[in-house]
Design a protein. Structure first.
Length: 654
């Protein structure tokens, strides 16, 4: 019973929530058992799910201290030598107890908890989500090249991916010689599931614009129905802007679509959020589009896929007909979703990156004229062939994101804390700046100069709507946390106080000209979605009263951009957005970002993925405020989320 006592202690410490403990008691009561291992497993599955894990891997905890593993903060040297064995996890005993429990079932059984053959424990609905996702992916990765007119496709490759693009070679004798954009396009056309991963500036949306043209060329008289979406309103807007820019590119310009005007005009530009695409039912977790009422698209492209959690991805795939092609774009190295799952990271298994079947390579040679069969590291024999290898392509060449910020992002991504700290703290680069923030109490005077310099022009010059939004996107403060003295909420309060004290912001109320706001809850009736950013301005049509303007389609500006306006009291949940969390910044880019880290380096949220995501939001300059030790520890810590999806996609699971 010592484990039961420990659960009470962990709740008092705040490691287990009341929900975790109540769920554990529910499972124990339902199963009619007081086995402490069952109680512990239920509490931990609930706790892990809230931390983003899909499941609880029992064997990975064997011999660990209960609170040491959950809290993950105590150093091994701090463990007392006389620690009772009852506080250490015995995985074999744990598994045996769960197998005997009436509330625990095998995969396919309808029980609250599911124990799979690899000794992973799931909440039942998350096992179902994972199975739905794996089954749908396996269905779509099958070769469908017999449906494609290879002559038309080959001609399209010659025009849209010319050999002088600087990223191609007729024969591949090393990974760097391959034209990965062309390979991605071939995968997207010959499979109904394709993932295109790559960092900022590797041409993901440019490649997709060409893929859309190739799809339309296959049947221009009866064109397929194509749809674009993203997890947030901001990401959807950026996808829409990128596709529009590709369609408008002139010959000789990067991303030019060398196809007929008819094909170019048919490429869709409008992108929606995934929730709006599926038509979420307000006040519930359900959607109007599901297996019984599927979407009608022939192909669906989703940008910023790293932000999609397991549950939403399962709902999306449930609503897609088997014949619909799905293309996911994203950066596998960015932060995972806020909710449970690391879907893009699981699908982009390192074992399959840059690897293709011999059949795929031979087809690609015949159609695109590029020989990958010469490289055994790329072209695999059948016995070595992973299930999803032909459906996952990583773009490598960076066409835009270069210089010191790019080098820093690589060091962070590789977990090279020494190199990253040297570049940030000890070197002197014009596009990388550093301030020591070991004491968060000093943040107010430090912020004053930066906030005034970067927001003054935006707030004081509000005549041209387009310029207001352009200036707002030049600079943004990014925070690792929402709460605390270095969190986004506190920084927003400080920024407003600085601007009011300087006389830049005028007005005593919370609404004032120049206040930037971000929507935090979807409102389908207003067409406002989580992540949408607007700015408060006087409205001449309503007697100069304040309105909040968002990019949209209600009001037409001089250069063709559109905006919609709302009375401040009509807005759904929102917050000021001088500062935002790194999570919320995904899908956005700014000329200059200021990344602020808290003073405690042992917080689980401080990871290399968070640092990488933050610094890659910057186009021109990165400024980091943190303690050097906090920064180094963050770069060394990597997100590890429990999941069985990667295994479920391997051939042995067919």
């Amino acid at each position: 019973m010592i484990i039961t006592d420990e659960i009470k202690i962990l709740r008092e410490k705040g490691i287990f929530s009341d929900l975790d403990v109540h769920f554990a008691r529910f499972i124990s009561k339902m199963a009619g058992t007081d086995d402490p291992y069952v109680l512990l497993a239920a509490a931990m599955v609930s706790s892990y799910r809230q931390e983003g894990h899909i499941c609880l891997d029992l064997m990975s905890l064997d011999g660990k201290l209960i609170d040491d593993k959950i809290d993950d903060k105590r150093d091994d040297n701090d463990i007392p030598e006389n620690t009772p064995d009852g506080l250490r996890i015995n995985a074999a005993q744990w598994i045996e107890s769960l197998k005997k429990c009436a509330a625990v079932g095998k995969p396919g059984e309808y029980k609250p908890l599911i124990l799979d053959s690899s000794d992973r424990v799931y909440l039942h609905r998350f096992w179902e989500y994972q199975k739905t996702l794996a089954d749908n992916i396996r269905l779509r990765i099958k070769d469908r090249s017999e449906e494609i007119d290879m002559d038309i496709l080959g001609a399209g490759f010659s025009r849209l991916f010319p050999s002088n693009s600087g990223d191609s070679n007729n024969s591949v004798k090393g990974n760097n010689a391959a034209d990965w954009q062309k390979i991605a396009a071939f995968s997207a056309l010959t499979r109904r599931f394709c993932v295109i991963s790559g960092g900022p500036g590797t041409g993901k949306t440019t490649t997709v614009a060409k893929i859309l043209a190739l799809m339309l060329e296959q049947n221009s008289k009866n064109p397929p129905k194509l749809a674009l979406a993203a997890p947030t309103g901001k990401a959807a807007a950026r996808l829409q802007e990128a596709i529009t820019a590709a369609k408008q590119a002139e010959p000789g310009q990067p991303g030019f679509l060398d196809c007929t005007p008819h094909i170019r005009d048919m490429i869709p530009e409008s992108a929606s959020t995934i929730h709006r695409l599926l038509k979420a039912v307000p006040g519930s977790l359900k959607f109007l589009h599901n297996k019984e009422n599927p979407l009608t698209a022939d192909a669906l492209i989703i940008d910023e896929a790293s932000m999609i959690d397991l549950a939403l991805m399962a709902h999306l795939l449930n609503a897609l007909p088997d014949s619909t092609a799905l293309i996911l774009l994203g950066d596998r190295d960015q932060l995972s979703s806020v909710e449970a799952g690391a879907i893009l990271g699981d699908i982009c298994d390192p074992d399959i990156l840059d690897k293709f079947s011999k059949e795929f390579c031979e087809q690609f040679l015949q159609t695109a004229g590029q020989d990958m069969t010469l490289d055994p590291d790329i072209c695999l024999s059948a016995k070595d062939e992973p299930a999803t290898c032909n459906s996952v392509v990583r773009l490598k060449k960076n066409f835009r994101f270069k210089g010191n910020i790019a080098d820093l992002s690589v060091a962070v991504n590789q977990g090279d804390a020494e190199k990253a700290a040297t570049m940030v703290v000890r070197e002197n680069y014009p596009d990388i700046a550093w301030k020591d923030l070991s004491n968060p109490k000093t943040i107010f005077p430090m912020l004053k100069k930066s906030v005034i310099r970067n927001y003054k022009e935006c707030i004081e010059n509000m005549k041209d709507m387009d310029q207001v939004f352009e200036r707002l996107d030049r600079f943004r403060i990014l925070c690792a946390l929402r709460e605390g003295p270095c969190g986004a909420n506190a920084i927003n309060v400080v920024a407003e106080r600085i601007l009011k004290d300087a006389g830049i912001v005028r007005g005593k109320n919370r609404w004032y000209p120049g206040r930037p706001v971000m929507i935090t809850r979807n409102d389908y009736s207003l067409g406002l979605f989580n992540g949408d950013v607007g700015i408060t301005l006087p409205d001449s049509e309503s007697g100069a009263d304040l309105r909040v303007f968002f990019p949209g389609n209600d009001l037409l500006s001089g250069n063709g951009k559109t905006y919609k306006k709302f009375h401040p009291l009509r807005l759904p949940a929102h917050e000021s957005v001088f500062a935002m969390t790194v999570h919320k910044s995904q899908g956005s880019e700014f000329d200059h970002i200021l990344l602020i880290l808290p003073d405690k380096g042992d917080l689980p949220i401080l990871t290399r993925e968070m640092i990488y995501t933050g610094i890659t939001r910057a186009r021109k300059k990165v400024e980091i405020w943190a303690g050097e030790g906090v920064f180094a520890k963050s770069v060394m810590r990597q997100i590890k989320r429990g999941s069985g999806l990667r295994d479920a996609l391997k051939p042995s699971f067919f």
